[in-house]
Design a protein around this ligand. Structure first.
Ligand code: SAM
Length: 258
């Protein structure tokens, strides 16, 4: 007898294997090409089942992210994403919507997302609608956004180091989780001589975009402080842009006990 949970887990593995978002669609080539033209330049890669791909359209030079599903692939390798099927998800800093759309379209999740910019909300809402993924996106500041006990899963990826008030931001995320809710977090991290050493990284890209590369132990401390007492490091890896700085990208999992 086929185990349905295993089948969905295998399906997720197949859908994530290329790190790009594959979209099953009934739309025509002409309609899809017109859509891709309208929303270019693209940061991420959407490949449609009719053969159209955003790779054939102008690409954004601002933080391009062609391997846009790599984080979900890495999480899925260690934490089976299929168990989030049908859950209520919050995507913090959803960017071009690839993770939200994946969770909504292929796991049937009810996805909300917040972003810092209205232009991102308008554009990504249109992308999600075109892809047949009913997500709800709006503008909010992840430092202060809170929706008490609302979400089963929070995607907190590529965001923590952008936040000036990590204390409030982590507290708000923990409050926004239902009891038993889980956080998938990915961020720039730093490990120094002391386990709580952190690195101020505003020099890395000045302006209000880069603040703290926290140590994994500091991140664990903050989540535990606000009720996500279960947590562990999922993955950690070096990336070219951070070479020689002592910083890495680290992926962590947290849970607020039921
Ligand atoms: C590096 S991207 C990460 C995008 C995506 N979550 C991922 O993991 O690929 C960071 C995103 O967070 C958004 N962002 C930065 N500061 C924010 C804030 N205070 N509140 C909400 N979104 C923010 C940025 O606009 C950007 O789209």
């Amino acid at each position: 007898m086929t185990d349905l949970a295993d089948t969905l887990a295998d399906e997720m593995t197949a859908r994530l294997k290329d790190d790009v978002l594959f979209i099953e669609t009934d739309r025509s080539v002409e309609e899809t090409e017109a859509f891709c033209t309208r929303h270019a330049p693209w940061r991420s890669v959407y490949r449609f089942s009719n053969g159209v791909t955003t790779e054939s359209f102008p690409r954004s030079e601002h933080v391009p992210n062609p391997r846009c599903l790599a984080k979900l692939r890495r999480f899925h390798a260690r934490i089976d994403l299929s168990r989030f099927a049908g859950k209520r998800v919050l995507d913090l800093g959803f960017n071009e919507g690839y993770q939200s759309i994946f969770m909504a379209k292929y796991l049937g999740c009810q996805v909300d997302g917040i972003e810092a910019y209205q232009v991102a909300v308008d554009r990504t809402s249109a992308i999600a609608e075109f892809c047949g993924a009913p997500c709800k996106f709006w503008v909010a500041d992840a430092n202060s956004f809170v929706a008490p006990e609302t979400y089963d899963v929070i995607l907190h990826c590529g965001l923590l180091y952008h936040l000036h008030d990590v204390w409030s931001a982590v507290k708000n995320s923990c409050r926004s989780l239902k009891p038993g809710g889980e956080v998938l977090l990915e961020t720039t991290s730093y490990e120094g001589a002391d386990k709580f050493d952190c690195k101020f990284m505003n020099w890395h890209a000045k302006g209000n975009h880069n603040y703290w590369a926290l140590s994994p132990e500091t991140i664990r401390y903050l989540f535990a402080e606000f009720g996500c007492t279960e947590g562990r490091e999922v993955d950690s890896f070096e990336v070219g842009a951070l070479a020689g700085t002592g910083m890495k990208r680290t992926m962590m999992w947290f849970r607020k006990p039921a």
